[in-house]
Design a protein around this ligand. Structure first.
Ligand SMILES: O=P(O)(O)OC[C@H]1O[C@H](OP(=O)(O)OP(=O)(O)O)[C@H](O)[C@@H]1O
Ligand code: HPA
Ligand SMILES: [Mg+2]
Length: 179
């Protein structure tokens, strides 16, 4: 275990099992549709890589980079689009792939921006959900794990850009982020 981690919350095996279960559900639900996975960078890149391989359907992928946390553990409330999509989503069945929904500010902003572009449908799949932290409601179609109000890292999730490469999801020792 990494020396900055206090506790592993979700193990590598638990993540694998959940990703496979989500992939099977999505495969059933999107059969015959024009599926495009929309990965929200950077946090969701690991999840997208594994989830996309668990979906047994033809699909396309595109990437959008947004940021609201920067170097902090709380949302600034201002969502910035750093990289927009490469292609139009008009008429496509879009499934947003996120690592975590916390305040809901990122996804609620993105939903508005994306619905204006007239997709055939717009779904949300998030590996983690922290319902206790919600400041705005967001409709989530697929959830991996519901977790408590804890700042977590690993499997794509960062604190100040670090720990994204940990294969599990864990909680940092308080001395790492409280100074
Ligand atoms: O529900 P919210 O409170 O809006 O929080 C969720 C968002 O915050 C994180 O992104 P971040 O801004 O840290 O960018 P990153 O993915 O590049 O780390 C995370 O990846 C989600 O996109
Ligand atoms: O718990 C979290 N960890 C990392 N990034 C985040 N962005 C929102 N919540 C989190
Ligand atoms: Mg982040």
């Amino acid at each position: 275990m990494h020396e900055d981690i206090e506790k592993i919350l979700i193990t590598e095996d638990e993540i694998k099992a959940k990703v496979s279960e989500l992939g099977q559900k999505i495969t059933r639900d999107y059969k015959g549709k024009n599926l495009m996975l929309l990965c929200i960078l950077k946090g969701a890149m690991m999840f997208l890589a594994d989830l996309s391989r668990a979906i047994e359907l033809p699909l396309s992928m595109d990437f959008m980079a947004v940021s609201s946390y920067g170097l902090s553990t709380t949302s600034s409330g201002v969502v910035r689009i750093i990289k927009d999509l490469d292609y139009s989503i008009e008429g496509k069945d879009i499934l947003i792939v996120e690592d975590v929904i916390d305040s809901g500010l990122t996804l609620s902003y993105l939903r508005k921006v994306l619905l204006d572009r007239k997709p055939a449908s717009l779904g949300i799949c998030s590996l983690l959900d922290k319902p206790k932290k919600r400041r705005v409601e967001v409709p989530v179609d697929y959830t991996g794990f519901v977790i408590d109000d804890l700042f977590v890292v690993g499997y794509g999730l960062d604190f100040a850009e670090k720990y994204r490469n940990l294969p599990y999801i864990g909680i940092l020792k308080p001395e790492v982020y409280k100074f």
